[in-house]
Each structure stands twice: as structure tokens, then as C-alpha cells.
Design a binder for this molecule. Structure first.
Ligand code: HEC
Ligand code: HEC
Length: 273
């Protein structure tokens, strides 16, 4: 290439790529309303955004990956935790975490119930914004396993239609959604937002025979299935796990699972004995 050709190449490609970049930026801007579900921004969501600012939540948390990195990103928190749990958590975070074990504690934000409902509505709106998967970090507080670092006991083989596969179930358990691992540890005695599921199949078999059991399952697998589909059928006794007969485990998780996925999950949990 001559000097003149080189210069021309530089100018043309630079201008070309600049034009593409500006075009894509403008295109994104024209789609803001659609990407952010602008029609869902009601009074409640706006009030919640105000609570978010007044509470300086962003001093510790990130939303859409923006903010401080002291505490977990909250972009998808309502999908992971559900409204019941979040309401109880925001009323008093110290009921759920201990400074001693988790080495950090969210101060009580001292919100009234209307402010709590508003900030949850705001976070729920945020969770539906199409961020193309951003931020990529898993949203975890203490415990749990980060995807990619989990120790899956066996690799899932090719799917056999209609056959439950515990390895597939374990994979499901550790991925989000459904995000079971964000609330349940499989290490004995480790309480996260939900009870440890270590030994669940043995425990469940004894439970369904006992007089305290309030659900309709007849065996351990049935109990596990019921726990996922109808968390309120039998609630594990603990003030950290439920309030007013409402389990903090979202009742919607089962609806998002196919029958097959549910079979895999139950098969996996049945191996924890
Ligand atoms: C001083 C830092 C700080 C501030 C300010 C703060 N948080 Fe937190 N938040 C934390 C920490 C740390 C955690 C992790 C749990 C823990 O250790 O208490 C957390 C956890 C959470 C969780 C997840 C709980 C769970 O179990 O998954 C939610 C939801 C949350 N905060 C909401 C808020 C909201 C809403 C505000 C603003 C009103 C706020 N936080 C302000 C530090 C903070
Ligand atoms: C937001 C937190 C949360 C998520 C997410 C969650 N759970 Fe739970 N889970 C709980 C809580 C709290 C309890 C205890 C209260 C109750 O009995 O419903 C519980 C109870 C259970 C039990 C009964 C445990 C026992 O000792 O009897 C099983 C089984 C279970 N969950 C499985 C799952 C599976 C599988 C998933 C994923 C599909 C899941 N959970 C997702 C919070 C959660």
C-alpha cells in the first residue's frame, strides 16, 4: 500500500465503524421504552425508586451492575427470593444474617411497610428490564455455590425421555433459574434463606409418617415434590423461614419447571440421604 492508500484506509474504516457505533447507539435509544417496560413504571415503582435513593442502597449494592461492591447485586433479587422473604428481610436483616458468621451485616434500613412494598415493586420492575443478561455475576449473599465452581458429582449423560436423572437434577439445582442453591445449602447445618437440604430424603421419609406433618405426600419423593410445588403445604418450623403460615420459598418456582425438570430435581434430592 502507498502512503495515500494507507491514509484512505484509515479514514474510511474509522468513519465506517464510527457510523455503525452511532447507529447502534441511536437504535438502542429508540428502544428504551420497550427494553425498560416503561408502561410498568407506576406510582409504586417511582415511590420505590425514591426509597432506593433515600436508603442509599447503592452505597453497598449494585443494580444493573452499577454501584458499590460491598453487598450483592440486586438486579434479579425478586426472581430469586420472592416478595414474602424480601418483606421479612427488609423489616429486620439481622434475623437472617449474623455479623459473626457472614462477617458483614446489612444495617436495618428502618423502612415502614409501605416503603418496603414500594422498594420491592421497584426491584421487581428492575428484574424485568431486558439487560441482555447483564450483570453476569450470580446474585448471591452468603453461602451457595457460584456457577462454574460447583462440584457436580457426575456429568449428565444424554437425556433419556421420561427417565429421571439425578445428575441433571443437580445441575438444575445449582443454576438460576430456579436458583434453589441461592436459598439452600447441601452442607449439613448450613442455613441460608432456607434450611440445609443435607439428608432431606431420610428426613422426609420420617416426616411424612409423623403426626406433625400437615401435607398430603405419602413418601419422601412425594414430600420433596410437594415442597417445591406447594411450599405452604408443610412448613419447616423456624421463624426465619415463614411468617403467618406463608413460606418464604416462592410458590412460583414449580410453575417455571417442566414435569421432566421436576423429576430430575426430585431424583437429585432423593440422593441426599
Ligand atoms: C451498609 C451497606 C448496605 C446498605 C446501605 C444496604 N444494604 Fe442491603 N445488604 C447489605 C449486605 C452486606 C447484604 C448481604 C446480607 C447481609 O450480610 O446482611 C445485603 C443484602 C440485601 C438483600 C438480599 C437479602 C438476601 O438474603 O438475599 C436485599 C434485598 C437488600 N440488601 C436490599 C437493600 C435495600 C433495598 C437497601 C436500601 C434501602 C439496602 N439493601 C441497603 C448491605 C447493605
Ligand atoms: C427464596 C428462597 C428459596 C428458594 C429460591 C427455594 N427455596 Fe426451598 N425452601 C425455602 C424455605 C424458607 C423453606 C422452609 C419453609 C418451608 O417449609 O417451605 C424451604 C423448604 C424446602 C424444602 C423442604 C425442606 C425440609 O427440610 O423439609 C425443599 C425440599 C425445598 N425447599 C426445595 C427447594 C428446591 C428444589 C428449590 C429450587 C427449585 C427451592 N427449594 C428454592 C426457601 C427457598
Amino acid at each position: 500500500m502507498t502512503k495515500r492508500q494507507t491514509r484512505l484506509f484509515f479514514v474510511v474504516t474509522t468513519l465506517g465503524f464510527a457510523a455503525i457505533f452511532i447507529g447502534l447507539t441511536l437504535h438502542t435509544h429508540t428502544r428504551f421504552d420497550e427494553l425498560t417496560n416503561a408502561d410498568r413504571i407506576d406510582e409504586q415503582v417511582i415511590a420505590g425508586k425514591r426509597v432506593w435513593h433515600q436508603g442509599n442502597c447503592v452505597n453497598c449494592h449494585t443494580l444493573f451492575g452499577e454501584g458499590a461492591y460491598y453487598a450483592p447485586d440486586l438486579t434479579k433479587i425478586t426472581d430469586h427470593r420472592g416478595e414474602q422473604y424480601l418483606t421479612a428481610f427488609l423489616r429486620d436483616p439481622s434475623r437472617f444474617y449474623s455479623e459473626k458468621t457472614h462477617r458483614r451485616l446489612m444495617p436495618n434500613p428502618k423502612l415502614d411497610d409501605a416503603q418496603i412494598a414500594a422498594v420491592i415493586a421497584f426491584l421487581d420492575w428492575a428484574s424485568d428490564v431486558d439487560t441482555a443478561g447483564w450483570p453476569p455475576r450470580p446474585i448471591l449473599v452468603a453461602g451457595g455455590t457460584f456457577p462454574g465452581t460447583s462440584v457436580v458429582n457426575a456429568t449428565a449423560g444424554p437425556a433419556v425421555p421420561g427417565q429421571a436423572d439425578a445428575a441433571r437434577g443437580e445441575e438444575l439445582f445449582r443454576t438460576a433459574p430456579p436458583g434453589c442453591f441461592a436459598c439452600h445449602s447441601t452442607t449439613p447445618g448450613v442455613k441460608l434463606a432456607g434450611p440445609s437440604l443435607a439428608g432431606i430424603s431420610t428426613r422426609a421419609a420420617a416426616l411424612v409418617q409423623s403426626p406433625e406433618y400437615t401435607g398430603a405426600a405419602e413418601d419422601a419423593a412425594g414430600y420433596i415434590r410437594e415442597s417445591i410445588l406447594e411450599p405452604n403445604a408443610h412448613i419447616v418450623e423456624d421463624p426465619m423461614f415463614a411468617a403467618n403460615g406463608q413460606s418464604f420459598m416462592p410458590a412460583t418456582l414449580g410453575q417455571d419447571l417442566s414435569d421432566e425438570q421436576l423429576h430430575h430435581l426430585v431424583a437429585y434430592l432423593m440422593t441426599l440421604n
